[in-house]
Design a protein around this ligand. Structure first.
Ligand code: ATR
Length: 264
């Protein structure tokens, strides 16, 4: 039986096993996907298992997306550009690191029906997922991307990867079409970003990377103002589907049942 893993710390919240095991079964693939909580000093051991084909593929989540890079033989263009790896596999005896968060975000936006080309984008936050979102936004030919992070230096640092990025102060007023919450605020019930929504009166689309809860306070407020909203669920499903396709050579079906199993 082929073994797959998602590694992170914490990891208990991860819904990746549910999704991958569902698709494995649906496609009659003799495999199992588990989650594993790791410390950084366990990474070497995990990678030796990949090399020995005891593990056939790994998904990587917080806080290891960048930390795993020195353990890999090769990065795909997407992983190299964003310095972020979420999918690992063995190809011709080389351990490859790839990033499917980018395509995941792109497909989720396309699926939402919102035409993001030429739009002015504001991203709140500068954490692990943000380079992938920026890369995807540039792929989708947005007008420009502005970052706004509580700790401004972290946003400034991303200019090393994306030189056209604009960075503003937390709470600074500016004009945007789309606001993306990529902070962790909203994960806990009652969490609320201290934001003046009157700044966003010209924005028509509000996106939250968080999908559990389904509607963060950020999305609730936007929804009350009659704005289009979208949470991170489709991004999560699409990034997983891209990884599945790489590992098994099969495009998994994304249907209502898939969306429902994540709610259970
Ligand atoms: P990491 O930064 O380790 O990659 P993350 O969960 O990917 O972790 O990112 C958390 C993001 O949420 C960061 O942008 C963080 O801002 P700081 O860089 O200032 O820490 C942001 N964040 C967390 N709590 C916040 C809060 N109460 N208000 C505003 N932003 C917050």
């Amino acid at each position: 039986m082929k073994r797959y893993l998602v590694i992170g710390n914490p990891i208990s919240h991860s819904l990746s096993p549910k999704l991958h095991n569902y698709w494995l079964k649906k496609n009659n693939i003799n495999g199992i996907y588990k989650k594993k909580k790791l410390d950084e000093n366990n990474l070497k051991e995990i990678f030796s298992k990949i090399r020995k084909k005891e593990i056939m593929g790994i998904n990587v989540t917080v806080p290891f997306k960048k930390i795993v890079i020195p353990y890999l033989d090769k990065l795909t263009t997407e992983a190299e550009y964003t310095q972020s790896v979420n999918t690992i596999y063995l190809q011709n005896n080389k351990i490859i690191g790839h990033n499917t968060d980018i395509k995941g975000f792109e497909l989720a936006i396309k699926d939402s029906g919102y035409d993001i080309a030429e739009k002015k984008i504001l991203i709140l936050g500068a954490g692990g997922v943000v380079p992938s979102i920026i890369f995807a936004l540039y792929n989708m030919k947005v007008f420009g991307v502005t970052l706004c992070n509580r700790t401004k230096t972290k946003a400034e640092n991303l200019k090393n990867l994306f030189k056209n990025l604009n960075v503003i102060d937390w709470g600074e007023k500016s004009d945007f079409d789309v606001v993306i919450n990529a902070t962790s605020v909203g994960l806990k019930k009652g969490d609320e970003l201290v934001l003046d929504f009157s700044y966003f009166k010209n924005c028509d689309f509000f996106y939250d990377v968080i999908y559990n809860p389904k509607k963060t306070n950020f999305l609730k407020t936007a929804s009350k103002l009659g704005k289009k909203i979208e949470n991170g669920k489709k991004m999560f499903i699409y990034q997983a589907a891209q990884a599945f396709k790489i590992w098994h050579g099969v495009e998994p079906e994304i249907n209502d049942e898939v969306k429902e199993i994540l709610d259970k």
